[in-house]
Design a protein around this ligand. Structure first.
Ligand code: GDG
Length: 467
């Protein structure tokens, strides 16, 4: 069978010891590549004075990682710049935080060209190429310019924004037109796919030729929704591990007579942490009788420290957690534990398992894997309750969670009260249905659906077919 070449900004080979790096994309790709002998190509995480295109090659467990070093200016303009200061905020509806800077735009194009030039010689005629996420939208265009004719798919891990949001991006047409150099573009949900189609209809003289096939810029593209999942099998194994059990016992011991409410997120403004803290504060204010019965633990390892917006959010959360603890703490108890450390995945499984409530309230999220991990970690006989933002892609697949508007502290406070009061039969009923979908729609199902759709499509003429 053909080789699969996966391309993403960072490459994180699975270490297998539970100490993998934080982030949904890394988790998912490590799991997806386990099944294929393939190549994982991307940035090494290192910088060099002058770009050479030299490859670092390493093979672990049948997966070959081929990585390339970038220049410092590439990092500033492409990674911290266009990817994380322009596209990330805009696609998460934070136009107020988006920076529009031509230098970022140029750096983004330059790095995509560099990736293409370095990757092209590794590609064999039968290979299938699968490109991931917003850092690399124009990669297929650059590869096509070098004569690569293989099937190339693209998967967007974050939301695709509404048309009126998208057009805030200078040169948005150029970015979207580059997507038509792929054979298949995948989104997390049907809603994001529709938003993309609406853009194409309005801005690119587009039409829907049939479901999943869109014409725009005079070219044709297959599109689809492929909701990502977790490696449920691996998670089931991990939750039984000694470390997970020890962590669960530890958390249970430090919450005797209390219910643990847990949140686990990369420290990012899209995750709605400030709003979550305000919701918890409301809950404490409005329910004096329940106050001492809960402990909220928010784990939020720091990410993307070089981007100013991330430093600011940390300061604001420090202030809010201080205010909440200052107002409600007693000599033997403080309501909120706010931790900026990174934990091992097996330890996280234990923490989730000890929590009566999983509080997952992003303001916008492509999917959100923490919601699925929380469900997978529960004890089937006495499961906890998932409170989930209706603006996470996962909400579509998880209607049996308590769905909330994360912008409303009242709704979050009400949901907390309801979750804590929920009787065991209802918890079991809701959890059973959630767990079925987490198990069925796991990362292997996601990978297989995408790869099959990519292989299965009829070959398109190149240069792009004009209809
Ligand atoms: C992007 C999209 C989409 C968190 N803290 C620790 C830790 N984590 C792990 C979680 C989970 C992952 O990081 C986070 O995944 P999410 O899906 O919640 O979010 P993003 O990182 O924003 O991921 C997202 C995803 O891509 C996949 O397509 O779902 O919408 O934004 O696995 O457990 N892991 C460890 N220590 C921590 O402290 N080891």
């Amino acid at each position: 069978m053909s080789r699969l070449i996966v391309v993403s900004n960072r490459v994180n080979l699975p270490s297998g010891d539970g100490e993998e790096s934080v982030g949904g994309l890394a988790m998912a790709l490590a799991a997806a590549l386990k099944e294929y002998s393939g190549i994982w190509f991307g940035w090494s995480g290192k910088t060099t004075d002058t770009f050479t295109g030299g490859l670092n090659i390493e093979t672990v467990g049948g997966v070959t990682a081929a990585t390339v070093d970038l220049e410092e200016v590439d990092l500033d303009e492409y990674y911290n710049g266009y990817a994380n200061k322009t596209l990330w905020p805009l696609f998460h509806y934070r136009n107020d935080l988006a920076a529009f800077d031509r230098a970022f735009d140029k750096g983004y194009t330059r790095v995509n060209e560099r990736f293409a030039r370095t990757l092209a010689p590794l590609i064999e005629p039968d290979d299938i190429i699968w490109v991931h996420d917003y850092h690399l939208i124009p990669l297929a265009k650059e590869l096509r310019a070098l004569g690569i004719k293989n099937r190339i798919g693209f998967f967007l891990h974050i939301p695709w924004p509404a048309h009126q949001v998208m057009i805030n991006l200078p040169r948005h047409r150029q970015l979207v037109e580059a997507m038509f150099d792929y054979d298949l573009v995948g989104f997390q949900t049907a809603e994001y796919q529709q938003a993309f189609e609406e853009y194409v209809l309005s801005e690119a003289d587009g039409s829907i030729l049939r479901p999943g096939c869109v014409k725009g810029f005079g070219r044709v593209l297959e599109v689809g929704a492929f909701p990502i999942g977790i490696d449920a099998e691996d998670f089931a194994r991990m939750k039984k591990s000694a470390r997970a059990r020890r962590m669960r016992d530890l958390m249970t011991a430090c919450t005797v007579f209390r219910h643990l409410i847990v949140g686990v997120d990369r420290l990012d403004y899209s995750k709605g942490l400030e709003e979550r803290f305000l919701g918890f504060e409301q809950f404490l204010q409005r329910n004096p009788d329940l106050r001492r019965e809960v402990l909220m633990l928010q784990i939020a390892p720091v990410s993307r420290e070089a981007v100013e917006a991330y430093q600011e959010i940390r300061g604001r959360l420090d202030g809010l957690s201080g205010r909440i603890n200052g107002e409600f703490a007693d000599v033997d108890w403080a309501p909120l534990r706010w931790v900026n450390r990174n934990y091992r995945r097996d330890e996280l499984a234990g923490i989730y398992g000890a929590a009566r409530v999983g509080l997952v309230t992003p303001l916008r999220d492509g999917m959100n894997l923490v919601a699925k991990e929380y469900v997978a970690a529960q004890n089937p006989e006495d499961p906890g309750v998932l409170i989930l933002s209706r603006f996470a892609g996962a909400a579509r697949q998880m209607p049996d969670a308590l769905l909330v508007n994360p912008n409303s502290p009242e709704e979050v406070a009400d949901a907390l009260k309801r979750a804590l009061a929920m009787e065991r039969p209802e918890r079991i009923r809701r959890w059973t249905s959630l767990f079925e979908s987490v198990e069925r729609e796991d990362v292997a199902a996601w990978r297989d659906a995408f790869v099959e759709a990519l292989i299965g499509n009829p070959a398109k003429a190149r240069p792009a077919l004009v209809i």
